[in-house]
Design a protein around this ligand. Structure first.
Ligand code: PCA
Length: 323
Protein backbone atom coordinates (compact mmCIF):
# COMPACT_ATOMS: atom_id res chain seq x y z
CA UNK A 1 0.00 0.00 0.00
CA UNK A 2 1.85 3.03 -1.31
CA UNK A 3 -0.43 5.45 0.54
CA UNK A 4 0.51 4.25 4.04
CA UNK A 5 3.45 6.60 4.52
CA UNK A 6 1.15 9.56 4.03
CA UNK A 7 -1.19 8.54 6.78
CA UNK A 8 -1.08 9.00 10.54
CA UNK A 9 -1.51 6.17 13.05
CA UNK A 10 -5.27 6.27 13.36
CA UNK A 11 -5.73 6.79 9.68
CA UNK A 12 -3.53 3.76 9.01
CA UNK A 13 -5.71 1.59 11.22
CA UNK A 14 -8.76 2.79 9.32
CA UNK A 15 -7.10 2.39 5.92
CA UNK A 16 -6.19 -1.21 6.66
CA UNK A 17 -9.82 -2.10 7.11
CA UNK A 18 -10.80 -0.48 3.81
CA UNK A 19 -10.50 -2.18 0.41
CA UNK A 20 -7.31 -1.35 -1.50
CA UNK A 21 -7.53 1.63 -3.81
CA UNK A 22 -8.44 0.70 -7.36
CA UNK A 23 -5.63 1.26 -9.86
CA UNK A 24 -5.86 2.17 -13.53
CA UNK A 25 -3.07 1.03 -15.83
CA UNK A 26 -2.47 2.22 -19.38
CA UNK A 27 -1.45 -0.62 -21.67
CA UNK A 28 0.32 0.39 -24.90
CA UNK A 29 0.08 -2.04 -27.80
CA UNK A 30 1.71 -1.45 -31.18
CA UNK A 31 -0.65 -3.04 -33.67
CA UNK A 32 -3.93 -1.96 -35.27
CA UNK A 33 -6.92 -1.60 -32.96
CA UNK A 34 -8.73 -4.31 -34.89
CA UNK A 35 -5.71 -6.67 -34.95
CA UNK A 36 -6.29 -9.98 -33.18
CA UNK A 37 -3.49 -9.34 -30.65
CA UNK A 38 -5.10 -6.01 -29.73
CA UNK A 39 -8.56 -7.53 -29.47
CA UNK A 40 -7.13 -10.27 -27.30
CA UNK A 41 -5.47 -7.60 -25.14
CA UNK A 42 -8.82 -5.88 -24.65
CA UNK A 43 -10.47 -9.15 -23.63
CA UNK A 44 -7.56 -9.71 -21.22
CA UNK A 45 -8.16 -6.24 -19.72
CA UNK A 46 -11.84 -7.06 -19.17
CA UNK A 47 -10.90 -10.34 -17.55
CA UNK A 48 -8.51 -8.55 -15.16
CA UNK A 49 -11.11 -5.95 -14.18
CA UNK A 50 -13.55 -8.72 -13.36
CA UNK A 51 -11.02 -11.07 -11.75
CA UNK A 52 -9.59 -8.36 -9.50
CA UNK A 53 -13.07 -7.30 -8.42
CA UNK A 54 -12.40 -3.86 -9.90
CA UNK A 55 -9.04 -3.38 -8.08
CA UNK A 56 -7.17 -3.13 -11.37
CA UNK A 57 -8.49 -1.50 -14.49
CA UNK A 58 -6.39 -1.79 -17.65
CA UNK A 59 -6.92 0.64 -20.52
CA UNK A 60 -5.60 -0.65 -23.86
CA UNK A 61 -4.09 1.87 -26.30
CA UNK A 62 -3.73 0.15 -29.69
CA UNK A 63 -1.97 1.17 -32.91
CA UNK A 64 1.10 2.59 -31.17
CA UNK A 65 -1.05 5.54 -30.04
CA UNK A 66 0.44 5.87 -26.53
CA UNK A 67 3.97 4.66 -27.28
CA UNK A 68 5.22 3.57 -30.69
CA UNK A 69 6.17 -0.07 -31.08
CA UNK A 70 9.88 0.59 -30.71
CA UNK A 71 9.32 2.65 -27.53
CA UNK A 72 7.11 0.18 -25.68
CA UNK A 73 9.72 -2.12 -24.12
CA UNK A 74 11.68 0.80 -22.69
CA UNK A 75 8.48 2.41 -21.43
CA UNK A 76 7.58 -0.73 -19.47
CA UNK A 77 11.12 -1.27 -18.16
CA UNK A 78 11.31 2.26 -16.84
CA UNK A 79 7.77 2.29 -15.46
CA UNK A 80 6.45 4.96 -17.84
CA UNK A 81 3.92 2.29 -18.72
CA UNK A 82 3.13 -0.35 -16.05
CA UNK A 83 2.14 -2.92 -18.69
CA UNK A 84 2.37 -3.29 -22.47
CA UNK A 85 2.86 -5.55 -25.45
CA UNK A 86 5.93 -5.88 -27.65
CA UNK A 87 7.36 -8.05 -30.40
CA UNK A 88 10.36 -9.24 -28.42
CA UNK A 89 12.48 -10.26 -31.42
CA UNK A 90 12.69 -6.57 -32.29
CA UNK A 91 15.13 -6.38 -29.36
CA UNK A 92 17.46 -9.04 -30.65
CA UNK A 93 20.21 -6.42 -30.71
CA UNK A 94 19.93 -6.12 -26.88
CA UNK A 95 20.24 -9.88 -26.52
CA UNK A 96 20.45 -12.34 -29.41
CA UNK A 97 18.36 -14.78 -27.35
CA UNK A 98 15.26 -12.66 -28.02
CA UNK A 99 15.54 -13.83 -31.64
CA UNK A 100 14.84 -17.48 -30.80
CA UNK A 101 11.41 -17.20 -32.44
CA UNK A 102 12.76 -15.73 -35.69
CA UNK A 103 15.14 -18.50 -36.75
CA UNK A 104 14.08 -19.43 -40.28
CA UNK A 105 12.52 -22.88 -40.69
CA UNK A 106 13.23 -24.03 -37.13
CA UNK A 107 9.58 -23.86 -36.06
CA UNK A 108 7.34 -23.17 -39.03
CA UNK A 109 3.90 -24.23 -37.73
CA UNK A 110 1.82 -23.60 -34.61
CA UNK A 111 2.61 -26.90 -32.85
CA UNK A 112 6.32 -26.44 -33.38
CA UNK A 113 6.10 -22.81 -32.27
CA UNK A 114 4.44 -23.92 -29.02
CA UNK A 115 7.17 -26.51 -28.42
CA UNK A 116 9.93 -24.03 -29.15
CA UNK A 117 8.38 -21.58 -26.71
CA UNK A 118 8.15 -24.27 -24.06
CA UNK A 119 11.89 -24.99 -24.23
CA UNK A 120 12.91 -21.32 -24.56
CA UNK A 121 10.57 -20.01 -21.88
CA UNK A 122 12.78 -20.35 -18.76
CA UNK A 123 15.69 -18.60 -20.49
CA UNK A 124 13.54 -15.81 -21.91
CA UNK A 125 11.70 -15.27 -18.61
CA UNK A 126 15.06 -15.07 -16.84
CA UNK A 127 16.24 -12.39 -19.27
CA UNK A 128 13.04 -10.42 -18.79
CA UNK A 129 13.38 -10.62 -15.01
CA UNK A 130 16.85 -9.08 -15.30
CA UNK A 131 15.18 -6.24 -17.19
CA UNK A 132 12.69 -5.59 -14.37
CA UNK A 133 9.90 -7.26 -16.34
CA UNK A 134 7.29 -9.87 -15.44
CA UNK A 135 5.98 -11.87 -18.39
CA UNK A 136 2.23 -12.42 -18.42
CA UNK A 137 1.55 -14.04 -21.77
CA UNK A 138 2.81 -14.51 -25.29
CA UNK A 139 0.89 -15.15 -28.54
CA UNK A 140 2.41 -16.10 -31.90
CA UNK A 141 1.73 -14.25 -35.13
CA UNK A 142 0.64 -16.45 -38.03
CA UNK A 143 3.48 -17.89 -40.18
CA UNK A 144 5.56 -15.44 -42.19
CA UNK A 145 5.65 -15.02 -45.98
CA UNK A 146 7.09 -12.55 -48.49
CA UNK A 147 5.01 -9.70 -49.87
CA UNK A 148 6.08 -8.20 -53.21
CA UNK A 149 4.85 -5.98 -56.03
CA UNK A 150 5.85 -8.51 -58.69
CA UNK A 151 6.23 -12.21 -59.30
CA UNK A 152 9.23 -13.74 -57.52
CA UNK A 153 11.00 -16.81 -58.85
CA UNK A 154 14.28 -16.63 -56.94
CA UNK A 155 16.20 -14.44 -54.54
CA UNK A 156 17.70 -12.64 -57.58
CA UNK A 157 14.32 -10.88 -57.98
CA UNK A 158 14.90 -9.22 -54.61
CA UNK A 159 18.22 -7.56 -55.51
CA UNK A 160 18.05 -3.83 -54.79
CA UNK A 161 14.45 -4.02 -53.57
CA UNK A 162 13.62 -1.85 -50.53
CA UNK A 163 12.68 -4.47 -47.95
CA UNK A 164 10.85 -3.42 -44.81
CA UNK A 165 12.20 -5.14 -41.69
CA UNK A 166 10.63 -5.40 -38.22
CA UNK A 167 13.56 -6.95 -36.35
CA UNK A 168 17.23 -7.83 -36.75
CA UNK A 169 16.39 -11.17 -38.37
CA UNK A 170 14.29 -9.60 -41.13
CA UNK A 171 16.97 -6.95 -41.72
CA UNK A 172 19.59 -9.69 -42.02
CA UNK A 173 17.34 -11.61 -44.38
CA UNK A 174 17.14 -8.50 -46.59
CA UNK A 175 20.93 -8.27 -46.69
CA UNK A 176 21.27 -11.93 -47.58
CA UNK A 177 18.78 -11.42 -50.44
CA UNK A 178 20.84 -8.40 -51.62
CA UNK A 179 17.78 -6.27 -50.86
CA UNK A 180 17.92 -2.97 -48.96
CA UNK A 181 16.60 -3.21 -45.37
CA UNK A 182 14.47 -0.39 -43.96
CA UNK A 183 13.18 -0.79 -40.37
CA UNK A 184 9.52 0.24 -40.15
CA UNK A 185 6.86 -0.45 -37.52
CA UNK A 186 3.66 -2.11 -38.75
CA UNK A 187 1.70 1.05 -37.86
CA UNK A 188 3.71 3.00 -40.47
CA UNK A 189 3.75 0.27 -43.10
CA UNK A 190 0.89 1.45 -45.36
CA UNK A 191 2.46 4.86 -45.65
CA UNK A 192 5.90 3.41 -46.36
CA UNK A 193 4.45 1.31 -49.19
CA UNK A 194 2.44 4.23 -50.55
CA UNK A 195 5.48 6.50 -50.70
CA UNK A 196 7.84 3.86 -52.05
CA UNK A 197 10.03 3.84 -48.90
CA UNK A 198 9.38 0.07 -48.85
CA UNK A 199 8.50 -2.24 -51.73
CA UNK A 200 8.52 -5.64 -50.11
CA UNK A 201 8.56 -7.28 -46.67
CA UNK A 202 8.11 -10.53 -44.79
CA UNK A 203 5.17 -10.85 -42.41
CA UNK A 204 1.97 -12.72 -41.66
CA UNK A 205 -1.30 -12.54 -43.56
CA UNK A 206 -2.53 -10.64 -40.49
CA UNK A 207 -0.31 -7.63 -41.07
CA UNK A 208 -0.98 -7.65 -44.82
CA UNK A 209 -4.67 -7.57 -44.04
CA UNK A 210 -4.43 -4.96 -41.25
CA UNK A 211 -2.46 -2.62 -43.51
CA UNK A 212 -4.49 -3.31 -46.68
CA UNK A 213 -1.31 -3.97 -48.59
CA UNK A 214 -3.24 -4.99 -51.69
CA UNK A 215 -3.47 -1.27 -52.42
CA UNK A 216 0.26 -1.37 -53.23
CA UNK A 217 1.40 -4.97 -53.61
CA UNK A 218 0.36 -7.90 -55.77
CA UNK A 219 1.94 -11.12 -54.43
CA UNK A 220 2.32 -13.00 -51.17
CA UNK A 221 4.59 -16.04 -51.04
CA UNK A 222 4.00 -18.37 -48.13
CA UNK A 223 7.39 -19.28 -46.76
CA UNK A 224 6.29 -20.35 -43.27
CA UNK A 225 9.69 -19.15 -42.20
CA UNK A 226 8.83 -18.62 -38.50
CA UNK A 227 6.11 -17.43 -36.11
CA UNK A 228 7.36 -14.44 -34.14
CA UNK A 229 5.72 -13.72 -30.80
CA UNK A 230 4.21 -10.74 -29.07
CA UNK A 231 4.69 -10.57 -25.29
CA UNK A 232 2.60 -8.82 -22.69
CA UNK A 233 4.79 -7.73 -19.80
CA UNK A 234 4.47 -5.83 -16.54
CA UNK A 235 7.01 -3.56 -14.86
CA UNK A 236 8.26 -5.46 -11.79
CA UNK A 237 7.88 -2.51 -9.40
CA UNK A 238 4.30 -1.96 -10.58
CA UNK A 239 3.73 -5.69 -10.11
CA UNK A 240 5.11 -5.61 -6.56
CA UNK A 241 2.76 -2.74 -5.69
CA UNK A 242 -0.34 -4.75 -6.51
CA UNK A 243 -2.62 -6.60 -4.13
CA UNK A 244 -2.35 -10.36 -4.21
CA UNK A 245 -5.83 -10.52 -5.71
CA UNK A 246 -4.82 -8.28 -8.62
CA UNK A 247 -1.64 -10.31 -9.19
CA UNK A 248 -3.65 -13.52 -9.29
CA UNK A 249 -6.12 -11.96 -11.74
CA UNK A 250 -3.25 -10.88 -14.01
CA UNK A 251 -1.72 -14.36 -13.94
CA UNK A 252 -5.00 -16.19 -14.52
CA UNK A 253 -6.18 -13.83 -17.25
CA UNK A 254 -2.69 -13.96 -18.83
CA UNK A 255 -2.86 -17.77 -19.01
CA UNK A 256 -6.28 -17.51 -20.58
CA UNK A 257 -5.15 -14.81 -23.05
CA UNK A 258 -2.22 -17.00 -24.18
CA UNK A 259 -4.69 -19.75 -25.03
CA UNK A 260 -7.42 -17.67 -26.66
CA UNK A 261 -4.92 -15.49 -28.55
CA UNK A 262 -3.11 -18.54 -29.95
CA UNK A 263 -6.40 -20.20 -30.91
CA UNK A 264 -7.47 -17.00 -32.68
CA UNK A 265 -4.14 -16.79 -34.54
CA UNK A 266 -4.62 -20.36 -35.79
CA UNK A 267 -8.25 -19.80 -36.68
CA UNK A 268 -7.58 -16.59 -38.62
CA UNK A 269 -4.52 -17.79 -40.55
CA UNK A 270 -6.48 -19.10 -43.55
CA UNK A 271 -9.03 -16.32 -43.31
CA UNK A 272 -6.29 -13.72 -43.79
CA UNK A 273 -5.09 -15.52 -46.90
CA UNK A 274 -8.65 -15.47 -48.28
CA UNK A 275 -8.84 -11.75 -47.60
CA UNK A 276 -5.60 -11.11 -49.48
CA UNK A 277 -6.92 -13.19 -52.39
CA UNK A 278 -10.34 -11.60 -52.49
CA UNK A 279 -8.66 -8.21 -52.61
CA UNK A 280 -6.83 -9.23 -55.75
CA UNK A 281 -3.50 -10.56 -54.50
CA UNK A 282 -1.84 -13.72 -55.80
CA UNK A 283 -1.25 -15.94 -52.78
CA UNK A 284 0.94 -18.97 -53.30
CA UNK A 285 3.57 -21.14 -51.68
CA UNK A 286 7.20 -20.23 -52.25
CA UNK A 287 8.46 -23.04 -54.46
CA UNK A 288 11.41 -24.09 -56.59
CA UNK A 289 14.41 -21.80 -56.66
CA UNK A 290 12.74 -19.17 -54.46
CA UNK A 291 12.16 -21.73 -51.73
CA UNK A 292 15.68 -23.20 -52.11
CA UNK A 293 17.19 -19.72 -51.83
CA UNK A 294 15.16 -18.98 -48.70
CA UNK A 295 16.24 -22.26 -47.13
CA UNK A 296 19.90 -21.46 -47.85
CA UNK A 297 19.47 -17.99 -46.30
CA UNK A 298 17.80 -19.67 -43.34
CA UNK A 299 20.81 -21.93 -42.82
CA UNK A 300 23.15 -18.95 -42.73
CA UNK A 301 20.89 -17.14 -40.27
CA UNK A 302 20.59 -20.20 -38.03
CA UNK A 303 24.37 -20.56 -37.90
CA UNK A 304 24.72 -16.86 -37.07
CA UNK A 305 22.15 -17.04 -34.30
CA UNK A 306 23.83 -20.08 -32.76
CA UNK A 307 27.16 -18.27 -32.94
CA UNK A 308 25.67 -15.22 -31.20
CA UNK A 309 23.88 -17.13 -28.44
CA UNK A 310 26.50 -19.83 -27.83
CA UNK A 311 25.69 -22.73 -25.53
CA UNK A 312 22.40 -21.28 -24.34
CA UNK A 313 21.07 -21.05 -27.90
CA UNK A 314 22.35 -24.51 -28.82
CA UNK A 315 20.68 -25.97 -25.72
CA UNK A 316 17.31 -24.55 -26.83
CA UNK A 317 17.65 -25.85 -30.39
CA UNK A 318 18.77 -29.28 -29.11
CA UNK A 319 15.91 -29.50 -26.59
CA UNK A 320 13.45 -28.47 -29.30
CA UNK A 321 14.71 -31.07 -31.75
CA UNK A 322 14.76 -33.79 -29.09
CA UNK A 323 11.02 -33.43 -28.48
N1 PCA B 1 3.37 -8.84 -38.09
C1 PCA B 1 4.25 -7.93 -37.42
C2 PCA B 1 5.34 -8.78 -36.85
C3 PCA B 1 5.11 -10.14 -37.36
C4 PCA B 1 3.84 -10.08 -38.08
O1 PCA B 1 3.27 -11.04 -38.59
C5 PCA B 1 4.83 -6.92 -38.36
O2 PCA B 1 4.86 -7.15 -39.57
O3 PCA B 1 5.32 -5.91 -37.87
Amino acid sequence: MKTLSLLTGTAVATALTLPALAETWDMPMAYADSNFHTENGKAFAECVAEGSGGDLEIVVHGGGSLFKGNEILRAIRTGQAPIGERLMSAHQNDDAMYGFDSIPFLASGYDESAKLWEVARPTVEGLLEEQNLVLLYTVPWPPQGIYANKELTSKADMAGVKFRSYNAATARMAELMDAIPVQIEAAELSQALATGVAESFISSGATGYDRKVWEHLSHWYEVNAWLPRNYVMVNKDAWDGLTEGAQTALKDCGAKAAETGTARSIELNDWYKDQLRSNGMTVQKAEGQLRDDMVAIGETMTAEWLEATGEAGQAIVDAFKAQ
